[in-house]
Design a protein around this ligand. Structure first.
Ligand code: F6R
Length: 610
């Protein structure tokens, strides 16, 4: 939540910051701002703030109409409001005395700090961030590192800061705790940002700023100081994403592009891990010894990632014959979970930075469990803190609504289930090979669904005028429905709920009235006839039924208003094409309603605050 960036170098900072903020905008889009050094003479410097509510495009217009001197150094911010409403005063950067800063995170004890240090008179905003600027300014006696070092112990919560001191032109100071910050020195100058997408135009080599160290960025180098003031060398990482991966490439929205990228993302995630027709995690450095003692699996994640976990629950249980619990990270972290050293805790996170998921990981480690994270962003905090990491190779996911990350998370879970079953002697090599072949068949099935997208676009016409929609399914189909409902509500603002179809009669069926849309998923053979009975029940009460089945399913006349099909896959693998249909239903509904598909209201991509 919130994107921050800093640039110092030979190029025009304003252009670089605005470009970077555009790529970070998915992290928050309530307001945006930049601060630039302005040097009137060699010895006279000021830091100019330009900020506004609204999108980065508005900030660009404001910058164009503001007279500015050329500047090679500045910082920028795109906001997802936490403390204080969406106003220009609350937008970042915040300036107090000689200090100007941008912040991603929350200073939880900001009120106490304001009272203790008597800052209230100098405040112009309602934000926690301004208090941080006050405190750093309070300690500032011409030595930026000393001032930051003195202030840090007072801050409770999470932060990534980029800080300017007006008498240190051309320099940016950066520091973080929990909130992400990556940085790179490039021939075009030095950059720091909340995530890689902002650095991609300039470099493929970057580093994650170690927590509590302070980075000093100048046009010529980045120097990092640890807590003792000693210089440290960060570990350089290389990203294999290209700039294309972070652009729309002719698609009207990132979401549609990312939906289309799923077959390739699955191939990138699965194929490098197949050796002798079986899953192999040698290159991930995940040994079978991590699996053999496991008598329980605990999956923890948020949102879409958690729903991927829910899909995998029955797969793990049927293949391994051990109990699997799936928990919402924000709940799990405050529970006293029944996990121990024989529990494998699987943490799922696209960003690798979700604060609740990170806290859940830390709790699992405290309890002595083995932790294995499924993460898309290389070098992210969750990846670094887990015992083992399985990187998905989806490339950058820019649309706020997760699509390709969900598919590759599923693929990761399926590969892990298979490898575990083999390692624990619950599956023969032949069965393992067969399982992988079935998994790979899901990829052409997705291609097939994508060829039918016009059909799906027409099918959603009925949804554009409704306030409520229901998704129903049994068994795994119910788990798929949860994700379908989340997708629809988050980008089309239709109240959508998923129900296990057999539960309808226990209350919810009271909401089924004339023309209420019910998206019914019926791909699980064992419960197919039960599911058809449930569909009949809603149809009899006037529901507008969109039914999704396998091609081979025989459908009686009149049971559905719209019938869509997926190729005939084994029941365990139908989630892949089903996910794509559900994503396209949500996508086209949002487009037809004229909504902002990629940046839905109130949301942000990476949830780094509680
Ligand atoms: C919904 C969505 C969210 C994320 C959730 C977890 O489309 O994207 O529900 O899945 O915020 O995010 P990560 O996977 O980054 O931990």
């Amino acid at each position: 939540m919130c994107g921050i960036i800093g640039y110092t170098g030979p190029l025009e900072a304003k252009t670089i910051l605005l470009g970077g903020l555009s790529s970070l905008e998915y992290r928050g889009y309530d307001s945006a701002g930049i601060a630039l050094f302005q040097s009137q003479t060699l010895t006279s410097h000021t830091v100019e703030l330009i900020k506004t509510t609204g999108k980065v495009s508005l900030l660009k217009e404001l910058c164009d109409s503001t007279p500015l001197l050329p500047s090679g150094c500045g910082i920028g911010h795109t906001r997802w409001a936490t403390h204080g409403g969406v106003t220009t005063e609350n937008s970042h950067p915040h300036q107090v005395g000689r200090v100007t800063l941008v912040h991603n995170g929350i200073i939880e004890n900001y009120k106490t700090l304001a009272e203790t240090w008597n800052f209230s008179k100098q405040l112009r905003s309602e934000t926690d961030t301004e208090i941080a600027a006050c405190l750093i300014n309070q300690f500032y006696e011409n030595d930026p590192i000393q001032a930051i070092r003195k202030a840090l112990p007072y801050f409770e919560g999470s932060y990534a800061f980029c800080i300017l001191f007006c008498d240190h032109p051309g320099e940016i100071y950066a520091v973080r705790k929990i909130s992400p910050l990556v940085a790179a020195y490039t021939p075009s100058g030095s950059l720091a940002a909340s995530d890689l997408t902002a650095l991609l135009p300039y470099t493929k080599q970057y580093f994650v700023l170690p927590e509590q160290s302070i980075a000093k960025l100048t046009p010529y180098r980045i120097t990092i100081f640890d807590e003792n003031g000693d210089k440290i060398q960060p570990e350089l990482l290389t990203v294999n994403w290209s700039m294309d991966a972070a652009m729309k490439n002719g698609f009207p929205h990132f979401m549609l592009k990312e939906i289309h990228e799923q077959p390739q993302a699955l191939r990138n995630t699965i194929l490098p891990r197949i050796v002798d027709e079986l899953p192999n995690f040698d290159s991930d450095q995940i040994p079978d010894s991590a699996f053999v003692h496991v008598n329980k699996i605990q999956i923890v994640a948020c949102g879409t990632a958690m729903y991927a976990g829910m899909v995998s629950k029955s797969l793990f249980e049927s293949m391994l014959k051990i109990p699997v619990t799936v928990s919402i990270a924000s709940e799990f972290r405050y529970e006293d979970p029944l996990i121990d050293e024989n529990t494998l805790v699987i943490i799922i996170s696209q960003s690798g930075e979700t604060i609740d998921t990170l806290a859940a990981l830390r709790l699992a480690k405290e309890k002595g469990s083995v932790t294995l994270s499924i993460v898309n962003v290389k070098g992210s905090t969750i990846a670094r803190e887990s015992d083992y990491v399985f990187y998905t190779h989806a490339g950058p996911e820019i649309a706020v609504a997760s699509t390709k990350a969900y598919s590759v998370q599923l693929a990761a879970l399926y590969l892990i289930a298979c490898r575990m079953a083999l390692a624990c002697g619950k599956m023969t090599l032949e069965e393992g090979k067969h399982f992988l072949q079935e998994l790979l068949c899901a990829i052409p099935a997705i291609d097939m669904v994508l060829t039918k997208k016009e059909e799906i676009r027409h099918a959603v016409s009925h949804l554009t005028s409704v306030d409520n929609a229901f998704f129903i399914g049994r068994g795994r189909d119910y788990a798929f429905s949860l994700e379908g409902a989340l997708k629809l509500k988050e980008i089309s603002y239709i109240h959508a709920e998923a129900y296990a179809a057999g539960e309808l009669k226990h209350g919810t069926i009271a909401l089924i009235t004339d023309q209420v849309p019910v998206i019914a998923i019926a791909t699980q053979e064992a419960v197919y006839t039960k599911m058809i009975s449930n569909i009949r029940e809603v149809k009899a009460r006037g529901a507008f039924v969109i039914l999704i089945t396998k091609e081979s399913a025989s459908i009686e006349e009149g049971i559905a208003d719209i019938h869509m099909t997926i190729p005939n896959l084994d029941d365990s693998f139908t989630v892949f094409p089903i996910a794509v249909i559900l994503q396209l239903i949500a996508y086209y509904t949002s487009v037809k309603k004229g909504l902002n598909v990629d940046q839905p209201r109130n949301l942000a991509k990476s949830v780094t605050v509680e």
